[in-house]
Every structure is written in structure tokens, then in C-alpha cells.
Design a protein around this ligand. Structure first.
Ligand code: FES
Length: 891
């Protein structure tokens, strides 16, 4: 790499060619004010607070001046230049501009450092007023210096382009959208504008934010699976603000409305703080001793009589250490493998499909590989809503010139910006993926050398693909043949293509086949593992759904994906746990419910899941809970599931506990308690220990740190991961087999992890979905997430996110709405073959004719009473994405 040598305050400095004087000044260990500059944004050089003096040339803005060989730059000697620039800025502001706490105002901080005070007899600038219309963003126009950082952050980081600078000269000020109230703009509330604002003109409402920060804690977000690093500022055990962490984090200083702002639920007045036991049909408060003693006694009886009569649904919201302990409790204390987690309902087909194809059940590449990609194939995912930081980064790549192919029935935000948008009929993915593969082969866009060296199954696949010419795929899926060809050629001709996909691939009757046939494309193109390329990357839904499965909260797999049928793996765990490990695979979640309805399940422990709101065919789930003699529930609130339980344990939230999560690109990250939980609340970790102790068992590993260490000792995949190492070195991608392993951001660089070292192409035919429309149920319902809320909404509905999205809607196309005689905002009734829901109508062109869409964040909307019990034939993952419904005006 070419370097440039120059002298900064007498020190010889080397920087890369193309670096600025600001980079050189920083390399010399010095700092400058940079009020209009943010390293993540394009440079505008408008504030002049970074001026330095170049010998022989005079003053120059360091942020925008390229470093050149032989330059001599004076920093200290040019302080007066910067002080004058700061003075000029302050002169146009009200004196309170310097009263903003220094930890929230770069301007105040720099002025303090440069001895700049509010001018005597200060000019009172025009009163441009406040905008307090938005629950999370407050605009004080009189503090705006028109640096434009917020405008560029909105465009270049978030990709929303909602902010602009309006006015002229000294009257220039930031404005949302067309200049109306902030709350009425298209702002997505990511907070990027607040985070970059150097003056406090943009800030968070609340008096607390006018006080100095007492403590800061780095932790990992507990919403979606992106795993954003967050800096949580607190005072008196109350969260003041949550800001995205920058360098080295998966989120690179960005966050979304949930991670950034939706923490108010912690202090909700209906937070559970006392255990509850059902007595005479009513849940009544009980002491911890009574509740844990009661559960322990009941479970001891089941263990002694019929261990298989117990099952536990562990939590993708809980830490790895809690999941490790939950599966250990089931196996070592209760003597059953009846443990599962909600990966069953989302990405179980990913784990199964990716493992069968490549050898391991995780995404193949690190998210940062996106930066190298020139074509992105985004399938069955709307990351703009479900994984907003990923959505923004993909959009950034597109703005930087990458091509984008979206495969999704809905016209999502990213689909609107795609080069090709394929809109397959829900349930026809496998046909589309086989059709894309057909074109890759037909057009000679396969990597024959890669296929020869690193894969098997090619001949069988070629035979199958003959049946999937684009014209036939068009008949099956509704995707025009020429669009299918365009998409395949674009992916096939890429230098570094990457696949990202979501639940639109997995939540199908043939979800595992979908993952496998999608993975075929990367193999045909040689774009994974030893080949170049961005691989195949599932966007995991919950914060720790990857980790819950990694920890062995699965009925057939021990920690680290060791098969329960493997005697050596069982022995390894049995020795560490000093207990036998049952050899027969346990029940999956749907099988647990079926067993309960059949009277075969005596106790079900649901940890941190609201299965009545989020699992499909909720009438059947309710029947299962009613039939089970003992239902135990850990939750923050009295969710519908908790309300149906016999014992409820009040537990801590992610901001209140310690441990680790694993995000969607296999990254172990530390979770740290930013605040203490309310009095009376315990962690899931402590509850499991207490119940085990009540049964006379010792779960060992008394702290999360020791639980991680024990997990590492039994799971070779995680052998080098410890809390101490994560604290010292930061995140680690698994596999990380030893203390000297740096982790594995990119998998399979030498060989695939299958027994023969080859990736296995899958010749899987298209088979129809479980649900079909007919005259009685003529519309196809797809369910998914909205940006403002999260899953059952139990957290986000207890924050001001509820102001941003007040209720659930059913999204219907304009043509269908007109044909039904329905109007925007009408209350409509949806009936499926399984249940009924009442929702408000939203008319949008995002959905195709004949299809409708709903989120599932409002349990009162009972959307999951509509969905069916049809499930993926390999993993049991529900077919959430295809439900036949009819729509009518609600009486
Ligand atoms: Fe360089 Fe503003 S930071 S001109």
C-alpha cells in the first residue's frame, strides 16, 4: 500500500495514500475539533473548526485536505484559527448552547477545551423554536449550526433521506421531510441524526438527558439477530440513553428504533416482580421459596415416574449460559431430551439445510463480507423492517454500485431499489431456486473446477434441473421467465455474489428444501467456502436464536451440534455433568404440544416465549396448555402464555443480566447488565439453579462465566471461548476451538465440514405448499415483522414505539380492496381454516393481487389463530408464510 510521509508538529507521520490531514493529525496522536465531520459520512468541510496551518500554504481544513509527501503541518501553533472558528459559530447561538452537558455536545466540549465562552452581550438569534412532536427525537432549531451531519447520516447510514437543510444563510436549519412536524415525516427513528449531531440541536426528550451520565455499559442488543453493540448510559440505575457502539462492532455505530430507543419497558408498571402460583384457578402471588419449592416437588415426582413427561421450551431471548443451563437441566436433572427453542419456528430449516449442504448449521460468512460483494441476492427477507441495520448496510452497498436481486412476494423497500425483483407465489421458492440453477447451467455460468473439486451430487442435480426451464417455473411461481433469466445471469456473472435470506425461505412446508436449493446457487457459482464469494447467510430472527441452538437447546443435539445419537458426545457431556445423558432424541415444540393434548406431557416449562401469541394455530396451543397438568412460565410480564400457566417466575430482561449472545453471523458477544433488575426479579439462570437445588440436584457452574467455560469444555466448536477472552479481545466467531484460535469469520476456507469434506448439492423437486387457496379462502396471507415492534410485542408495546405504530393492520392491494368494497382503515374480519382475526385495513401496493400481509406483534389481533399446523417436513418448522384466508367487512 502506497504511503505518504509528512510532518505534523515536528513529528514524522506516515499515512496511506488518499488519507487526509485529519488522518495524519490523528496518527500523530493529536485531535482537532470536527463539528461538520463524521468519519462515516462524506466530507463537506463547512465549519472550519478543523483548520490547521500548512507551512508555505497557510490555513487548510484538515478534514478535506489530502495529505501529501513533505507537507509540514502546524497543529498546536494554529489553535487560534480553530478558536476563531468556534467563536464565530457560538456567536450565532443562544448562550444555552454551551450549557448542554459536554458528554452530549461536541460543541460544548470543544469550546471548553479552546476557552471559548458565550459572547458578552450575546446576540439573541431568531427564535426558531422546538419540535417535540416525535417521541424519541427532539429538535431545538436554535442550536442547529447547519453542519448537515444529520442530513448525511439519514441518507448515507440509514438510507432514508428524510432530512434536509432549509432556509438561507444564518437561517439555515435542519428539517424533516417537507418541513412539517418531525412525527409526520417518514423518519424511521433510528437515531443516527441524534448520534451525530454535534450541538444537541437533535437530542432525546426527557429531563434525564440534561444530567451528566453516571455509568456506561457496553452490551449486545436483545432484539433481533444482528447483535448490535450498544453503549448504555445510566444514572441511579435508570437508563438515560442507549447509543450504538462504533469501531469493531457489527453495527458500525448504527442501530434501529428498537435497540436505540425501546428500553422503556424495563420500568413498566405491570412488570412482574413476584412469583405467581395458580390456586383455585387463579394466579396468586407467592414467595420465591414457595414457587421454586412447589415446582421442584412437582418436577421431582415426574422425573421419578416418567422423565419423558417433562419438556422445556428454552428461549432465544435468553443468554447462551441460560440456554446451556436449561438443556442441562432437562438432560442431567430431569433425564429427558425434551428441550427445544424457537429456532424450531424460524430457522430450524437453516440449521438442517446448511448442515446437510456444507457441514455446519450456521451462515457461511461474516457480515463484513458484504463490503466485498458486487451482487446481492436477497431472498424472503425484509431486513429494512426485521433487521434494520442489515437493511441499511445492504442499501448502502446498492448506493455504492452493487447490484441487487430481491426474491420476495412483497414490494419491500429494498425490492423497490432492486435491479431485478422476483415475486414468486408464496410456497413456490424451490421451483424458483431450481429455475435460477437451470439458467446458471444453461448459460455456462457455473464454476466447473469448483464443482469438480469441492462438491458432489452435480450429476443428479443436472438431471433434476432439466425439469425447471424458466417457462415452467413461470407457470408454477408466477415469476416471468425473462426476469428469472435476468436474475440468474446477474448472480452468475458477479465477481463476488452473496446470498442473504430470511424466514421467507424457511417457514414453509419445504423450508429445508428451500435452504438447500438456494445453497445450490452458491455452489454452482463457486461463491462459498474455498471459492470466492459472499456465501449463504441466514438472517436469524431473534437476538440469540443462533446461540440457543448452539448451546444444545434442541431435542436431538447437544451443545455445539453434537448428535445425541453419538455415544462419544453423550459420554463427554455425562462426565462433565456427572449424570447420564439420555440417548433417545426428545420432542420438538409442536410434538410437545401434541403430547400435552394427548395427555402424555405432565409438565411444560416455557422460558421467555409467548407461545400463545407467536406459535401457529394458537387454538391448538391453548388446548395443549390447558391439557398439561403443570405449565411453568418465565416472563417479564403476564403475557397470554403466562396468564395460562400454573406457575409464573418474574425474570430479568437482557439489559439486566450477564452472559453472551451469538448473532446471525456466529459471533459470540458479551451481554452485560446495565441496570439491576427490579426487586423481586431473578434471572432465568438463577431460577433454573433454584429449582434444580430444590430437587436435590446441583447444576454446577454457579455463574454465567463458569457456565460458558463448562460449555466450552464439552463442545469442541466453542473450546476457545471464554468471558475473559471476549472481554479482552472482543467478539469471536465460532468455530473457535482453542484459546489460540482467532475464531472463524468465514467458514470452509480449506474444505467443507461434511465427513467427506465436500459440499452436497441437493436435487430437490418442487412440491406444493400445505395450504392452498380455494373459493372459500381465496387470498394467501403472509405474516412477518414490522420495524417498530418485535415479535409478540411484549417489550416494544410497553415503549413509545406504540406511538409510532399503534396497532396491527392487514395489508391489502388496492385492486383487491376495491373488489371487496373495503376502504383504508376499515375493520375487517379474516377467516382461515384454523381461526379468525379482526384487523384494520391498510391499502398498499406492497402486496400482490390475491395476497395479503400482517405482522404478529399485537396478541389481541390473534393473527396466529389464522396460521396452520402445516410444518416443514424435515424440521417441523411451521408454514407461517402460506395461509389461505377470506376477507370480509367486520360486522
Ligand atoms: Fe473540517 Fe468542519 S470538520 S471543516
Amino acid at each position: 500500500m502506497a504511503v505518504v510521509k509528512l510532518v505534523v508538529d515536528g513529528r514524522l507521520v506516515e499515512v496511506a495514500a488518499g488519507a487526509t490531514l485529519l488522518d495524519a493529525v490523528r496518527a500523530a496522536g493529536l485531535a482537532l475539533p470536527t463539528l461538520c465531520h463524521d468519519d462515516r459520512l462524506t466530507t463537506v468541510a463547512s465549519c472550519r473548526t478543523c483548520l490547521v496551518d500548512i507551512t508555505g500554504r497557510g490555513p487548510a481544513a484538515a478534514c478535506s485536505t489530502l495529505a501529501e509527501d513533505g507537507l509540514r503541518v502546524a497543529v498546536e501553533a494554529s489553535r487560534a484559527l480553530r478558536r476563531d472558528a468556534l467563536r464565530a459559530i457560538v456567536a450565532g447561538l443562544p448562550t444555552r448552547a454551551l450549557d448542554v452537558p459536554a458528554d452530549r455536545s461536541e460543541l460544548a466540549r470543544q469550546c471548553a477545551g479552546y476557552g471559548v465562552t458565550a459572547p458578552l452581550g450575546a446576540v439573541t438569534p431568531p427564535e426558531r423554536g422546538l419540535d417535540h412532536s416525535h417521541p424519541y427525537v427532539k429538535l431545538d432549531r436554535d442550536l442547529c449550526i447547519a453542519c448537515g451531519r444529520c442530513v448525511r447520516a439519514c441518507a448515507e447510514i440509514q438510507g432514508t433521506f428524510v432530512l434536509t437543510l432549509t432556509g438561507r444563510g444564518a437561517g439555515t436549519v435542519v428539517a424533516p421531510g417537507t418541513g412539517g412536524p418531525w412525527a409526520e415525516s417518514d423518519c424511521v427513528s433510528c437515531g443516527a441524526c441524534v448520534d451525530t449531531c454535534p450541538t444537541g440541536a437533535l437530542s432525546e426528550p426527557g429531563l434525564l438527558n440534561m444530567l451528566p451520565i453516571e455509568r456506561q455499559t457496553r452490551t449486545t442488543c436483545g432484539y433481533c439477530g444482528v447483535g448490535c453493540s450498544l453503549e448504555v448510559s445510566t444514572r441511579d440505575n435508570v437508563i438515560m440513553t442507549v447509543r450504538p457502539a462504533g469501531e469493531g462492532s457489527v453495527n458500525r455505530g448504527h442501530a434501529c428504533v428498537k435497540g436505540r430507543f425501546a428500553h422503556g419497558f424495563l420500568g413498566s408498571t405491570d412488570r412482574l416482580t413476584t412469583p405467581l402460583i395458580r390456586r383455585n384457578g387463579t394466579l396468586a402471588p407467592a414467595s420465591w421459596e414457595a414457587a421454586t419449592g412447589y415446582v421442584a416437588a412437582r418436577l421431582a415426582g415426574i422425573r421419578d415416574a416418567d422423565p419423558g413427561g417433562f419438556a422445556v421450551i428454552s428461549s432465544a431471548r435468553a443468554t447462551n449460559e441460560e440456554n446451556y443451563l436449561a438443556q442441562k437441566f432437562a438432560r442431567a436433572v430431569m433425564g429427558t431430551n425434551n428441550v427445544d427453542n424457537c429456532a424450531r419456528l424460524c430457522h430450524a430449516p437453516s440449521a438442517a439445510g446448511l448442515a446437510a449442504t456444507f457441514g455446519l448449521g450456521g451462515g457461511t460468512n461474516a457480515f463484513d463480507d458484504l463490503d466485498r460483494c458486487d451482487v446481492i441476492l436477497l431472498v424472503g427477507a425484509n431486513p429494512t423492517a426485521a433487521h434494520p441495520v442489515v437493511g441499511s448496510r445492504i442499501f448502502q452497498r446498492v448506493m455504492d454500485g452493487a447490484r441487487l436481486v430481491v426474491v420476495d412476494p412483497r414490494r419491500t423497500f429494498l425490492a423497490r431499489h432492486a435491479d431485478v425483483h422476483l415475486r414468486p407465489r408464496p410456497g413456490t421458492n424451490v421451483a424458483v431456486f431450481n429455475g435460477l440453477a437451470h439458467v446458471l447451467v444453461r448459460e455456462g455460468l457455473v464454476d466447473s473446477a469448483f464443482l469438480e473439486t469441492h462438491t458432489n451430487g452435480y450429476d443428479e442435480l443436472l438431471g433434476l434441473l432439466e425439469d425447471y426451464p424458466p417457462e415452467r417455473v413461470a407457470e408454477i411461481s408466477g415469476v416471468p421467465a425473462h426476469d428469472l433469466v435476468r436474475a440468474a445471469v446477474m448472480y452468475g456473472r458477479a465477481l463476488v455474489p452473496a446470498i442473504f435470506y430470511g424466514l421467507g425461505v424457511t417457514e414453509h412446508r419445504h423450508g429445508t428444501d428451500g435452504v438447500r436449493t438456494l445453497s445450490n446457487l452458491a455452489l454452482l457459482r463457486g461463491a462459498v467456502g474455498p471459492g470466492t464469494g459472499g456465501g449463504v447467510n441466514p438472517l436469524r430472527g431473534q437476538n440469540n436464536v443462533q446461540g440457543a441452538s448452539d448451546m444444545g437447546a434442541l431435542p436431538d443435539l447437544l451443545p455445539g451440534y453434537q448428535k445425541i445419537l453419538d455415544p462419544a458426545a453423550r459420554t463427554r457431556c455425562a462426565e462433565a455433568w456427572r449424570a447420564d445423558v439420555p440417548s433417545r432424541p426428545g420432542l420438538r415444540i409442536p410434538q410437545m404440544f401434541a403430547a400435552a393434548r394427548d395427555g402424555a406431557l405432565q409438565a411444560l416449562w416455557v422460558i421467555g416465549e409467548d407461545v400463545l401469541a407467536t406459535d401457529p394455530d394458537s387454538a391448538s396451543v391453548r388446548a395443549a396448555l390447558a391439557a398439561c397438568p403443570l405449565v411453568i412460565c418465565n416472563d417479564l410480564f403476564l403475557s397470554p402464555t403466562a396468564a395460562a400457566a400454573d406457575v409464573v417466575f418474574p425474570v430479568a430482561a437482557w439489559l439486566e443480566k450477564n452472559g453472551t449472545f451469538v448473532n446471525f453471523d456466529r459471533r459470540f458477544q458479551r451481554v452485560r447488565a446495565a441496570v439491576a433488575p427490579p426487586a423481586g426479579v431473578r434471572t432465568d439462570f438463577a431460577v433454573l439453579h433454584a429449582v434444580a437445588a430444590g430437587m436435590g440436584a446441583d447444576l454446577g457452574c454457579p455463574t454465567p462465566e463458569e457456565a460458558m467455560a463448562e460449555c466450552a469444555s464439552v463442545a469442541p466448536l466453542f473450546g476457545g471461548i471464554t468471558h475473559a477472552r471476549l472481554d479482552r479481545d472482543g467478539p469471536l466467531h465460532w468455530p473457535c476451538g482453542s484459546a489460540v484460535s482467532p475464531g472463524t469469520p468465514r467458514l470452509y476456507q480449506d474444505r467443507f465440514a461434511t465427513p467427506d469434506g465436500l459440499a452436497h448439492l441437493a436435487a430437490r423437486p418442487y412440491l406444493p405448499p400445505g395450504e392452498q387457496c380455494d373459493a372459500a379462502y381465496p387470498y394467501l396471507l403472509v405474516t412477518g415483522r414490522r420495524a417498530e415492534h418485535y415479535n409478540s410485542g411484549s417489550m416494544t408495546r410497553r415503549t413509545d414505539n406504540l406511538v409510532l405504530l399503534t396497532d396491527e393492520t392487514i395489508d391489502v392491494g388496492p385492486g383487491d380492496a376495491a373488489a371487496l368494497g373495503l376502504h383504508e382503515g376499515d375493520t375487517v374480519r379474516l377467516d382461515s381454516r384454523h381461526g379468525m382475526a379482526v384487523l384494520r385495513l391498510r391499502i398498499t401496493d406492497e402486496v400482490e393481487p390475491g395476497q395479503v400481509f400482517a405482522g404478529f406483534h399485537f396478541p389481541g389481533a390473534t393473527v396466529n389463530s389464522l396460521t396452520s399446523a402445516v410444518e416443514d417436513e424435515v424440521t417441523g418448522c411451521p408454514e407461517y408464510k402460506v395461509t389461505a384466508v377470506r376477507i370480509s367487512a367486520h360486522a
